[in-house]
Design a protein around this ligand. Structure first.
Ligand SMILES: Cc1ncc(COP(=O)(O)O)c(C=O)c1O
Length: 381
């Protein structure tokens, strides 16, 4: 089946978080990580079937979802996961917070690299931990870890390292060597790794491969909570179905108990959509990736024509990360909004001031319109 990613879908007045930010204004929203594409047909059909049945009580995870998830982890991640290791969650953000809650004591420390997706900074604080920020560094035009800075930040109270792979913002897919070095540091210091791998099925650079850090060795797996979800890839984040893979029995039991008391049950819609995505969504995903790669090439080309803008190619995600420090424009987000383009400010990603993030998970025609609006207010190189 051929999907039409060019089809414009009117999301105005649908209570869309992304579109309603600018309700009533002529601003193209290119901010929050939500794509403007219709979901794959098998997902839509699965949702219709839930409606047809019509009873909206509590659900438990469908056996088939567990099976396809385990199969997917084996095929895509080369990871044999016993089904008992999986804890189902209504979202990734609660998964981050639960990890911080279940490891260590109050006032222990959690390391987060910055800039980073906002909730990475808030989860440790919600779990009464101290937040320790270590900046990523730019090495050979690629955002990566500064291992010396990470080692220097570790104290006897460091209990968790929050890893985002592929990275948001910036799109880095970390290499096996980088992950091994990080894992060795964490093992040597008895630090649990909380690996958010939500963007792992959105690899744009075909020369790059996503590696789950937990697959490096059984020792590392035992010290890792890996968070995954079909939500970003298949654009079903609004339904809420994610999961944590936790090999360590004790940590998993604590996590599952805390999850039960703090988080809601997962809806039939969320489970059935996740099942359809993982079981029948590959054709859609491949076409999506082809579309995103074209949008990426277009945005990369255009962003680098603006004076003072620097965008590096992304390994993964549909979220362009653009260094605008040299443009010297005060309040650039406001200026772009006035021109009719809504981007995310780098500051949301903590320590990302001077950058903007642009979501190109939308129709190419909307991106072309956004670029033409930007050309009216920005100088070219
Ligand atoms: C790295 C990362 N983690 C988690 C999330 C959000 O996940 P959820 O909506 O399931 O809480 C996002 C959303 O953009 C993300 O980029």
């Amino acid at each position: 089946m051929i999907y039409d990613f060019d089809e414009l879908i009117d999301r105005a007045n649908t209570n869309s978080f992304k579109w309603d930010k600018y309700a009533g204004k002529d601003i193209i929203p290119l901010w929050v990580a939500d794509m403007d594409f219709k979901s794959a047909t098998p997902i839509l059909e699965a949702l219709e079937n839930v409606t047809k049945q019509g009873v909206m009580g509590y659900w438990h995870v469908p056996d088939e979802l567990v099976e396809v998830t385990v199969k997917r982890l084996a095929e895509h991640h080369h990871w044999d996961v016993p089904k008992e290791w999986i804890v189902w969650l209504p979202g990734m953000v609660p998964g981050l917070t639960l990890t911080c809650m279940c490891v260590g004591q109050d006032d222990d420390e959690v390391i987060t690299t910055v800039p980073i997706y906002g909730p990475f900074m808030k989860a440790p604080l919600a779990a009464r931990k101290k937040l320790v920020k270590v900046p990523l560094q730019l090495e050979d035009n690629r955002w990566t870890f500064d291992f010396e800075a990470i080692k220097a930040a570790i104290t006897p109270r460091t209990r968790v390292f929050m890893l985002c792979n592929p990275y948001n913002p910036g799109g880095t897919v970390f290499t096996r060597e980088e992950l091994q070095t990080l894992a060795d540091i964490c093992l040597a210091n008895n630090i649990v790794i909380c690996a958010d791998e939500i963007h792992c099925d959105l690899i744009l650079d075909i020369t790059k491969q996503h590696i789950s850090i937990a697959t490096l060795s059984p020792e590392i797996a035992r010290q890792t909570v890996t968070l995954l979800s079909p939500s970003k890839t298949f654009n079903i984040a609004g339904l809420g179905c994610s999961f944590a893979v936790i090999p360590d029995d004790e940590l998993r039991a604590k996590y599952a108990a805390m999850r039960y008391i703090l988080e809601p049950m997962i809806s039939a819609y969320a489970f059935e959509a996740a099942l359809a995505a993982y079981r029948d969504g590959e054709e859609w995903r491949q076409q999506l990736l082809a579309y995103l790669r074209k949008n990426h090439a277009y945005i990369l080309q255009e962003m680098n024509t603006f004076k003072g803008f620097k965008m590096l190619p992304l390994d993964a995600t549909y979220l362009a990360w653009i260094d605008v420090r040299e443009a010297g424009i005060e309040n650039i987000a406001q200026k772009l909004e006035e021109a009719g383009v809504g981007i995310s400010e780098g500051a949301f990603f903590f320590d990302g001031a001077g950058f903007i993030r642009l979501n190109f998970g939308t129709q190419t025609s909307l991106l072309q319109e956004a670029i033409s609006r930007m050309k009216k207010v920005l100088e070219l190189k």
